[in-house]
Design a protein around this ligand. Structure first.
Ligand code: MN
Length: 200
């Protein structure tokens, strides 16, 4: 059985950038619903003991009858778990980028500002619901991409380094239609220490 991970901070810890009510609904209702539906789909499939990473990496091995459910609800579970861990209160130690990470990202994207610009463009051009990501491809190369719905980069042979949920439920209460303001706010909350660990 997959279970809802506890947040490593309180619902109001990301104020004023991410408001407490959105965080609470997003975590306790939306994320929980993905988990409930994933467990329901897996029940009796023989795949109950597989990790969520294994399920999504080897989506083609999941039986036809539940593949879409695992893609959507399993992806929802994995993506949100990674998202919560990618966040930290503004101004915390984890919110500070090390020189090593800054150099690496600058080398890849030209500059940190350029990286944020590309990421924002990608987040804004996702029509409807989905995610913006910084991923590591199987070649080791870093890239900024977007996925639709709850599709996970894991299912496309990529390792997510940083992800932003751009479904309206992630920002509508505070930002309404202004997805761009939500993306700008996100940078104040990134757990750069986690990002650096994922880079390996
Ligand atoms: Mn979400």
């Amino acid at each position: 059985m997959h279970t809802l991970p506890q947040l490593p901070y309180s619902y109001d810890a990301l104020e004023p950038y991410f408001d407490a009510m959105t965080m609470e609904i997003h975590h306790s209702k939306h994320h929980q619903a993905y988990i409930d539906k994933l467990n329901e789909a897996l029940n009796g499939s023989g795949l109950e003991d597989k990790s969520i990473e294994e399920l999504l990496r080897d989506l083609k091995d999941v039986p036809d009858s539940i593949r879409v459910a695992v893609q959507n609800h399993g992806g929802g579970h994995y993506n949100h778990s990674l998202f919560w861990e990618s966040l930290t209160p503004a101004g915390s130690t984890e919110n500070t980028m090390s020189t090593g990470l800054s150099d690496k990202l600058t080398e890849t994207f030209g500059s940190i500002e350029k990286m944020k610009e590309d990421f924002k463009k990608t987040a804004l051009s996702r029509f409807g619901s989905g995610w913006a990501w910084i991923v590591k491809k199987d070649t080791g190369e870093l890239a900024i991409i977007s996925t639709a719905n709850q599709d996970s980069p894991l299912s496309e042979n990529m390792s997510p380094i940083l992800g932003l949920d751009v479904w309206e439920h992630a920002y509508y209460l505070k930002y309404q239609n202004k997805r761009a303001d939500f993306v700008d706010a996100f940078w104040n909350l990134v757990n750069w220490q986690k990002v650096e660990k994922r880079l390996g």
